[in-house]
Design a protein around this ligand. Structure first.
Ligand code: FAD
Length: 457
């Protein structure tokens, strides 16, 4: 007969682990964590590349130096994680055109200001539309504000990409910066960002010599079906196992929830399905390239540089890794959404060829070929289906509530359930704590009502 637990946690990313930590701290020891892949960490993931550890997923601890302390920054300090200060605000002054010339800083600053103004204008327009919708007015929205001019030239397109796909300028104010501060630190540690997750797991799972040996963590368990009844939930995995619990905490990403990986019996209610469908998924891809030697400028304020091309998002945003790992001779280029999906679908050789073409545009024909390339595929990973949640610019608070709300005995967690910090590691961490606490509350209530009905008997 299937094993019966108090709680089954699906997913061992940061949110599943922080939920498990809260539950065990509150005395709920009989839980099990089912993780589809062969490791903990989820979207926090390092890989050895070119002699160092590179981060395929989260790379920055964002939100440091503010009025409140970012809990992930605290974890990093407690575990002695090596990080380095990283400031990409200067990237806009290192914009290369296709002939390798750097745009004059005045022109770059002007274009940047124009793009920011246009983003603000767009935001106001969306707000006005929302306002009209709320009031039920039928007035012509186009008259509320002038339409912002859309970016056309390569430099405008490049800045538009940086602002929206990288800096998230359309979300104003960004709660992470408001609460935790505007500084960002790049993780530069051989043990990887995931070391923080391991340290967290160590508090409540049995570990030895850097390995988690606790039988409550089950790897390679792909959950395919959740059958919910009045008294509990049955969880069916791809390898034919069945687990039963009073409650389930589901931490799979919004992309996975949108896919058909997990089926629900009975099906999820309509309000839940609609909320899941409404939330967008952002694909964000960091491509790593290893070179025999450096040919890019490495002085102060040169860590980031931009390539302006007539196709938006075409190998636009570049970073060298010399600050994080001196002497590593590694460059990183970030692609998003359509470009990410396109590159995931082609061979790494083709991607290497494209990237080298771009680098030769910027630095001339004589630069050396990259000796190695690493292309993460978050979109095609069936346990991820994208990089992080991306809520509509002006979203209804009800949307967050519905994404987060439990359905019977199934509780939802993950970065996408964090209203203030979705898309970040600290969002996932805090969401797990939140869901863990909500579940503890629910269990206490249930126990109380069981006791009172027993008294009645
Ligand atoms: P996940 O880490 O996805 O954990 C969910 C787990 O569930 C996974 O381990 C998955 O394998 C498992 N799972 C899925 N389906 C099943 C199933 N059917 N059965 C069993 N298990 C299943 N954040 C930052 O703060 N700073 C950054 O610089 C940053 N950059 C990023 C760059 C990239 C490329 C990506 C991908 C993400 C980035 N993020 C960044 C976001 C951050 O990584 C995430 O917000 C966070 O790690 C999400 O944690 P989570 O627990 O919600 O989800």
């Amino acid at each position: 007969s299937p094993s019966r637990y108090s709680v089954i946690i699906i997913g061992a990313g940061v949110s599943g682990l922080s939920a498990a930590k809260v539950l065990t701290e509150n005395g709920l020891e009989d839980l099990v964590i089912l993780e589809a892949s062969d490791r903990i960490g989820g979207r926090v993931r390092k890989e050895d590349f070119g002699g160092v550890s590179v981060e395929l997923g989260a790379g920055w601890i964002a939100g440091v130096g503010g009025k409140e302390s970012n809990p992930v920054w605290e974890l990093a300090n407690q575990s002695g994680l090596r990080t380095c200060f990283s400031d990409y605000s200067n990237a806009r002054y290192n914009i290369y055109d296709r002939s390798g010339k750097i745009f004059p800083s005045g022109l770059a600053a002007d274009s940047y200001k124009k793009a920011v103004d246009s983003a603000i204008q767009q935001l106001r327009k969306e707000e006005a539309i929302k306002e009209l919708e709320v009031r039920g007015g039928g007035c012509d929205v186009s008259r509320v504000t002038e339409p912002p001019s859309s970016p056309k030239t390569p430099i405008e397109l490049a800045i538009d990409f940086i602002l929206h796909d990288f800096e998230m300028a359309e979300v104003e104010p960004i709660s992470t910066y408001v609460d935790f501060g505007e500084q960002e630190y790049l993780v530069a540690d051989e043990r990887g960002y995931e070391y923080l997750l391991y340290k967290m797991a160590e508090d409540f799972l049995f570990t030895s010599e850097g390995n988690i040996l606790d039988s409550r963590l089950k790897l390679n368990k792909v959950v395919r079906e959740l059958q919910q009844s009045r008294n509990g939930v049955k969880v069916l995995t791809e390898d034919g196992c069945v687990y039963e619990a009073n409650y389930v905490v589901l931490s799979a990403s919004i992309g996975v929830l949108q896919s058909d990986l997990i089926s629900f019996r009975p099906p999820l209610p309509r309000w839940k399905m609609e909320a899941i469908e409404t939330c967008d998924v952002m694909v964000y891809t960091k491509i790593f390239l290893k070179f025999p030697y450096k040919f890019w400028p490495c002085g102060p304020e040169k860590e980031f540089f931009i390539y302006a091309h007539e196709r938006r998002g075409y190998y636009t945003f570049w970073q060298h890794m010399e600050n994080a790992f001196p002497g590593s001779n590694i460059l990183v280029v970030t692609l998003t959404n359509g470009e990410s999906k396109r590159v995931e679908g082609q061979s790494d050789e083709e991607t290497l060829k494209e990237a080298m073409g771009v680098l030769r545009d910027m630095f001339g024909p004589n630069i050396p070929n990259a000796t190695d390339i690493l292309v993460p595929r978050w979109w095609n990973n069936r346990f991820q289906r994208g990089s992080y949640s991306n809520y509509p610019i002006i979203s209804n608070p009800l949307l967050f509530q519905n994404i987060k709300a439990p359905v019977g005995r199934i509780f939802f967690t993950g970065e996408h359930t964090s209203e203030r910090f979705n898309g970040y590691v600290h969002g996932g961490y805090l969401a797990g704590i939140d869901t863990g606490k909500a579940l503890i509350e629910e269990i206490r209530k249930e126990r109380k009502s069981d006791q009172s009905s027993n008294n009645l008997l």
